[in-house]
Design a protein around this ligand. Structure first.
Ligand code: PMP
Length: 291
């Protein structure tokens, strides 16, 4: 696979209020965000030139910053304007938008009260390759050894860089064992989420079950899909789910901005057949985001 590094591409990136040539959008090696993970970010998708839930993502970025004890130096309107400018400058219609905010270089120690907050917005083409037949094969998940931490242990509701340390480790371990991703349990042993997406189960009681988002990101896609499925007449139950209950699962899928609705065919030793339910939810989500 040929890799085109993200720092060696053509285009324009918005950095601290200015549109900068892509390769020049740099930050210093001595940045608090880099050394101490004082960085929050968003992953968003543009469909037909329009960012899905643009305002919601903007507010979540601000809230993630607040949780990490800093304020974003731009208004919601300015941030949304920056996203628009980046999509237009790069000619992106169907793409992925990455916005982030981090602490700068004024202080290089644990305390970082005087650091300047930096912000950037970049975007790249990511045509939604909606190939339902390929997706319906489903992906395989290994149960991770790492556990999602409790609310007393980490700022679990922020979309913050530091929380992804165990996600990368879990995903690497899964890939080494021939799986595509990992399913993470929480500190109590309940099913939590995958390394970058939330999880839903159609169980043999005919209802849809999803873990209560009390120690991980309550995804925008998760909340959107829950509402959508309820509108389709399904009963959705949010609760603590034990891994033993995976035996009772008929169909399973992940939800996330990047994952959209991704059917799952295996978790550990449990196998499922993505069927009519996954298909209905996938199709429903596609119409929603493109509507
Ligand atoms: N959990 C994690 C750890 C994630 O990184 C993501 C992707 N942002 C999600 C869940 C899903 O969130 P959303 O639907 O808002 O993209």
């Amino acid at each position: 696979m040929e890799i085109i590094p993200f720092d060696d591409r053509d285009g324009t990136i918005w950095l601290n209020g200015e549109m900068i040539p892509w390769r020049e959008a740099k930050t210093h090696t001595l940045s608090h965000g880099l050394h101490y993970a004082s960085l929050v970010f968003e992953g968003e998708r543009s469909y037909n030139g329009r960012i899905f839930e643009n305002e919601w993502h903007t507010k979540r970025l601000r809230e993630s910053g607040r949780i990490l004890d800093f304020d974003l130096p731009y208004s919601d309107a300015e941030i949304m304007e920056a996203k628009r400018a980046v999509l237009d400058a790069n000619g992106i219609v169907d793409g992925y938008v990455r916005a982030c905010a981090w602490r700068g270089s004024e202080m290089m120690a644990v305390s970082a009260q005087m650091t300047k907050i930096h912000m950037m917005v970049a975007a790249w083409d990511w045509p939604s390759m909606y190939d339902p037949e390929a997706k319906m094969k489903g992906i395989t998940l290994k149960i991770a050894d790492w556990k999602r931490p409790s609310r007393e242990t980490a700022p679990v509701h922020a979309k913050a860089a530091g929380l992804y340390m165990i996600c990368t480790l879990s995903k690497h371990a899964a890939e080494r064992d021939g799986f595509q991703d990992a399913l993470m349990l929480d500190y109590r042993g309940y099913v939590a989420e995958s390394t970058g997406a939330n999880v839903f189960f159609l169980m043999n009681d005919g209802r849809v079950h999803t873990p209560t988002a009390d120690c991980f990101l309550n995804g925008i896609t998760r909340q959107t899909v829950m509402k959508m499925i309820e509108g389709m007449g399904y009963e959705v139950v949010e609760r603590h789910i034990k891994p033993e209950e995976l035996e009772n699962v008929t169909e399973c899928f992940l939800t996330g901005t990047a994952a959209e609705v991704t059917p799952v065919s295996q978790i550990g030793d449990n196998h499922f057949n993505p069927g009519g339910f996954c298909r209905t939810v996938m199709d429903g989500y596609t119409s929603l985001v493109r509507g």
